[in-house]
Design a binder for this molecule. Structure first.
Ligand code: HH2
Length: 283
């Protein structure tokens, strides 16, 4: 099933993170070869992931940039096998040439953490291929974003940025129904900024674009709970999943599929029960 059809159901969608990088903050280096990465994708799908998000460049604070050739070498064999044998794949890249090669290899969604700003060829590519794109907010770039993030009104500014980027994408011919927005938890944000965004998720949902949340294992929870090891932040992530589904968020990008699938499904069942779900989805 494609993303548009999945979004027409009343299920929250779980996006499993698959970083084929040596240096990602949480799962970097865990999948040294294609077989290991494909096996992890299979596990995530068995646990209830709807989409596998494959990335070949870490965006953790201070991470080095990875050239397109290297990204392609890392992701393409994995994208090809997961897309053909297992399920729906999104490609996490800001480079249009990497996205194009991944789409050719079977990916069906582009996840661009620069919201089309890193590569001006990204929106024309997505428009031409007619595929969905996730537009994420980031203040600054991964090298510098955590040095001194500052906003007057973080929810208002992030929302205005995303509306602007969605408008730019549509101006290039990307269909409105192919746009997903994402407040970019941890990308140029303090703990307080991230909490404000979680508290204000309903304002993103109210734009009418499907919203994706990527809070999984991120450092604001480590700071709140004094948990330096990202692997210890699974339970905290599950709390953010329930908060997000309550607010009407449709996609949850997570490393730990099973607990988040359960949290999302129980929260959605509760919403259906009080018939709030229909209202949320139709906003
Ligand atoms: N977060 C990360 C990477 N890609 N994409 C979207 N749409 N939203 C996010 O919040 C998001 C993202 C960072 O997390 P991770 O992939 O686990 O780490 P790294 O960037 O170090 O590979």
């Amino acid at each position: 099933m494609d993303l548009t059809s999945l979004l027409q159901t009343d299920r929250p969608l779980v996006v499993g993170v698959l970083n084929v990088t040596p240096d990602s903050f949480s799962d970097g280096g865990r999948y040294p070869d294609v077989d290991a990465a494909v096996a992890q994708a299979r596990r995530m799908i068995d646990q209830g992931a709807d989409i596998i998000d494959v990335g070949g460049e870490s965006t953790r604070p201070g991470a080095p940039r990875i050239g397109s050739d290297e990204q392609r070498q890392r992701v393409l064999p994995v994208v090809e096998r997961v897309a053909h044998n297992h399920g729906l794949v999104s490609i996490d890249t800001t480079r249009a040439d990497v996205a194009a090669a991944a789409l050719d290899a079977g990916a069906a969604i582009v996840n661009d953490v620069s919201a089309g700003r890193d590569d001006e060829a990204m929106f024309p590519l997505v428009a031409e291929r007619g595929v969905p794109i996730v537009l994420m907010h980031m203040q600054g770039d991964p090298q510098t974003m955590q040095q001194a993030p500052a906003y007057d009104d973080v929810v208002g500014e992030v929302r205005a940025f995303l509306a602007d980027r969605a408008f730019a994408a549509e101006a290039h011919g990307v269909a409105r129904h192919d746009i997903v927005i994402d407040p970019g938890i941890g990308f140029g944000k303090t703990v307080e900024h991230n909490l404000a965004l979680l508290a204000g998720l309903d304002r993103f949902v109210a734009t009418g674009y499907p919203v994706l949340l990527g809070a999984s294992r991120k450092s604001f929870m480590g700071k709140l709970l004094n948990l330096p090891d990202p692997a210890d932040r699974v339970e905290a992530t599950v709390a953010t999943t329930a908060i997000a589904v309550m607010a009407g968020v449709r996609l949850l990008r997570v490393h730990d599929v099973k607990p988040n699938r359960h949290a999302a499904d129980v929260t959605a069942a509760m919403l259906r029960h009080r018939s709030g779900w229909k209202r949320v989805v139709e906003q």
